[in-house]
Design a protein around this ligand. Sequence first.
Ligand SMILES: N[C@@H](CCC(=O)N[C@@H](CS)C(=O)NCC(=O)O)C(=O)O
Length: 231
Amino acid sequence: MPQLHYFRGRGRAETTRWMLAVNQITFENIPIASPRALAALRAAGKLPFDQMPLLEIDGLNLSQSSAMIRYLARRGGFYGETETDAVWCDMIAGAVADFVETALQAAFQPTKDVALAALRSRFEKFGPRFEARLAENGSGFSVGGSLTFADVVLVEALTSYLEWLPGILADTPHLAALQESVLRAPGIVQYLQSAQRYPVTNTDYVIDVAQVLQRALPSHFPDQNRFVSVP
Ligand SMILES: N[C@@H](CCC(=O)N[C@@H](CS)C(=O)NCC(=O)O)C(=O)O
């Protein structure tokens, strides 16, 4: 069974989980919960760039979430029909990577207001562009006439935004419709209801990451260097 090695949370592994789900591939989350577990993973020689997530699938050790989602897109036929579709998928997925970064960082911000302001501003930049793309494409999907990985990662990102800013899709009906349709897609429905779906990222996750990586916490935390290893 494919194994996904990562911290105990969504983070940079979450797009891969959604792509495994939409491919209806059963997988196992392997939580890396201590510096020792991370050291063992590093020692196993499976991390080409010394980073997580790691996806073990089809006899491959995949690094870089952008490569994982594309591998799974090709594997499952979620990369569009033509070269033009494929490059649109890549463009949209690239924009989504820029867009979702603010959501990935939200729990690391000093206050909820700071996080919300950053999310609002990022949505104001990208939301209308994604909406326009959907309107122009006209099929209900962002590329071609069927679901692609661009839609999956876009809805994964929107789902995170909505957890912080419910109602943010009120003025973007095409995005709201895409959101609904992807959340109903076979595989995604089951994944989101499963124990493999980690809860909304919060400060426990921020602490967990610092503890595993033995690095400093964000500066607003008390005793911010509590996990930093002293050589
Ligand atoms: N672009 C990479 C980023 C990977 C990354 O930054 N991983 C972090 C955890 S989220 C990591 O392993 N950091 C430890 C290190 O770089 O030593 C991806 O999307 O997979």
